[in-house]
Each structure stands twice: as C-alpha cells, then as structure tokens.
Design a protein around this ligand. Structure first.
Ligand code: PLP
Length: 404
C-alpha cells in the first residue's frame, strides 16, 4: 500500500468550478472570491470574512491594521508552525513564546504570567483543529489588571482598550467552541487554505472579523480589503468595467489578494464540507481512536469535550515512554510500509532561527515532551476504512519492533 500524508481533495465538482472560472473571462479576485467569503461568513457566523493569499499574509495584514511594530510583544505558543511567530517578527515586534498544555494548546496560566505593558495581542493556535482555552484567554485579555497596564499606541488599540485575542485557526475551520463556531471565540480568526489544510485554494487564507462594539466589522473589512490590493481605491474588476479607469492609492497597502481560480477550488470543497468532508474526517479520527484506545502505550489526541469539538485536521497520536529517536525509528518503519506520517510540530525554540534569537527549548518542557512522543497519522476524506486499519496496524507493528 502507498498512502500519502495529505493529498488535496479534487473531485469533478472542484474541476468544474475551476474550469467555469477559466472560461468566465475573469481569473483574479472577483465573484468566486466574494462567494467564498460569503460562504465562510455563513458557516462560521462571523460578520465579515476576507480572503487573502495565505494565512501568513493575512496575519501580517491584521498586525499592520493593529499597528504592531518595534517595541511591541505578541504572545505565541512555542508549539506551532513557525509562520505564527514569523508574522510577528516581520512586523519588527517580539514573539513572546509560552509553553503549551498536554492537549497541545497554549497554556493560559503561562500567558497570564507573560502579559506586560507591551503586549498587543495573544496569537493562540488551535493545534490539529482542537480549539484553545478561549474562555480563559478572553478572561485574561479582558481582566482589569491587563487593561490597567495596556498602553495603546494608536486609535485602533485605544478603541480595543486591551490586547487583541487573535486566533491562528490555520487548522480549525469548522471547529466548535462553547457550542458555537470557534471563530466566534476570538476577536479575529484566520484560517489557512494551504494545500494540506481541511479546505484548500492551493494557497490562501481567510480573515474572520468578530471585533466587539464599537468596531464596525464591515468598515474594518473594507480597510483590510483595500490593503490586500496596494491600497488602491478601485479593484481590477471594477476598473475593467466601462468608463471606470480612474483610481487613487490611499494607503501603503500590501498585495496579497486571493485569485478567483484558486478560490474556485475551495468554494467547491466548502459546499460539501459540513455534509461530507468534515464528517468523513471525524469518522476516520474515531476509527483510529477505537483502535488505539485499547493499547496502553497510546495517548489519544483530544477531539471532544463539553461544548467543544475539533475540526479533525490532524491525528496527533502520542506514544508513551519512547525517546525522540524511537519515535523517529517508528516513522521510518511506517515509510518502509508505504505510509507517510509526520510530526506536528518541531517546537520553534528547536529551530535555527529561533535559537539564534535566544529562545531555548529547555524553557518549554511540555512542548518538547509533546513533540518527542508525537506522530501525525494521515487523515483526509479520501482514506478508506481499510487504509485506516492498515495504518493503525502498522503503527502497532512498528512500535513493538522499536521498543523490543
Ligand atoms: C499552515 C499553517 C500556517 C500557515 O499557513 P499559510 O497559509 O501557509 O501561510 C500557520 N499556522 C499554522 C499552525 C499552520 O499549520
């Protein structure tokens, strides 16, 4: 058997939607992008959703809107994909890394201890689609103590009056928190539409705006949309219409718009996400769980709790009492058996860039422990039950071979 880790979901409906775009005469930002934004807003319940060409560029835009720069701090978990911290570094600000909990998500107690007068945002990550403890994070950013030391540097920051609760939901489109869509738990949430995520546009992202009053999310959307297109007042589609040639540049915008060709892929996928693709992911997750729950060496990843439900993006299996080297050996045996597995993630303090900036993995013992025992199994809707059983059996075989 040859089982890839995370191939994109491309069916005839996806192909038809892309071909329709190609034949429409309009291939960059236009009706398909707007339709995708509307569908994301409908599904998640947020007031406004804005498509961009990646999660990363969306994060830059949000931090630019917030006016985050040199001297500012943004709290991030040590255990995430590096884009989370890189977005902060790109703005000239400092990512303040904190350790995670056993469930892989940012530890609110560590966040509380790391809040300073320079903290402008908490950028929390829903690892594998499992939502962070947003109730605690909301309580922290909205506490009197935090508000008292918060020092706004511009009108937007003053209007919030506290650090922004910003969600890296690259994995968690469709996740549930407090019995509602998880995108309603933070001020701003960004989903990634990268090729390996639950819904993809090859490369892409969606910014979901859920800012509290007195913010007008439609107004913020308009500012952000302008700044995905060079700060230009008239977009290319509008300009292409008769007599609409004149434009102005009113802000030093980025150029990070999503194209209609790419949006078409995600649009066709998203239409069947709730009814087909997400339930199938859940079924695969549960199949693995029923296999591993009888093994005393396996640690089952979190997926449901009171009012909380994962988007089943990753199956973050952990194996008890093994070393990092034994974990790597299991991954090699899986590859030999034709199954691509992965590790999510190498904690950032173990990577060259961050080591050079002074971060040290010894300060993040839970992140290291989660990493050293973790193996991500394939999980996507095209997998058959037989393939899942094969993968689970191969893991057991590899584990027994390695620990003997
Ligand atoms: C994929 C990913 C990103 C980056 O998404 P892009 O769309 O590739 O920029 C950010 N954070 C996490 C946790 C991710 O897994």
């Amino acid at each position: 058997m040859k089982i890839p880790f995370s191939p994109p979901y491309i069916d005839q409906d996806v192909i038809n939607e892309v071909v329709d775009t190609l034949q429409s005469g309009w291939i960059t930002t236009g009706p398909k992008v707007r339709a995708l934004e509307t569908l994301v807003a409908d599904i998640t319940g947020v007031e406004k959703a804005l498509c961009v060409n990646s999660w990363t560029s969306g994060a830059l835009l949000v931090l630019k809107w917030l006016g985050v720069g040199p001297g500012d701090e943004v709290i991030v978990p040590a255990y995430t994909y590096s884009a989370t911290a890189l977005a902060v570094l790109h703005m000239g600000a400092k990512p303040v890394m904190v350790d995670v909990k056993d469930d892989f998500t940012i530890d609110p107690e560590k966040v509380r201890l790391s809040m300073t007068a320079a903290t402008k945002a908490i950028l929390a990550v829903d690892i594998g689609g499992w939502p962070c403890d947003y109730n605690s994070l909301n309580e922290i950013v909205k506490s009197d103590a935090v508000a008292a030391q918060f020092t706004p540097a511009n009108e937007i920051q003053a209007k919030i009056g506290r650090p922004l609760l910003f969600s890296d939901a690259a994995h968690s489109l469709g996740a549930i928190y407090n019995n509602k869509q998880a995108a309603l738990a933070a001020d701003i949430t960004i989903f990634s539409l990268h090729a390996v995520k639950n819904i993809t546009t090859a490369e892409g992202g969606v910014i979901c705006l859920n800012l509290p009053a007195p913010f007008d999310n439609t107004e913020v959307y308009s500012w952000m949309r302008l700044n995905t297109l060079n700060g230009q007042t008239t977009d290319a589609l509008t300009k292409s219409q008769k007599g609409n040639w004149r434009y102005d540049i009113v802000s030093q915008g980025l150029k990070i718009n999503l194209t209609d060709v790419c949006a078409a892929i995600g649009l066709a996928q998203l239409r069947k996400y709730d009814s087909e693709l997400l339930p199938r992911r859940e079924a695969i997750f549960n199949l693995y769980t029923s296999y591993f729950s009888t093994k005393d060496w396996a640690v089952i990843p979190p997926s449901v709790a009171e009012g909380v439900k994962s988007s089943y993006h990753l199956y973050l299996l952990r194996i008890k009492d093994i070393t990092e080297q034994q974990r790597d050996a299991i991954i090699q045996l899986m590859a030999d058996a034709g199954v691509a597995t992965n590790v999510h993630f190498i904690p950032m303090p173990m990577l060259t860039l961050f080591k050079g900036l002074g971060y040290n993995i010894d300060d993040y013992p839970v992140a290291y422990d989660n990493y050293a025992h973790e193996i991500s199994l394939p999980i996507y809707s095209q997998l058959t039950d037989e393939e899942c059983t094969f993968i689970a059996e191969q893991i057991e075989k590899a584990y027994l071979a390695v620990v003997k």
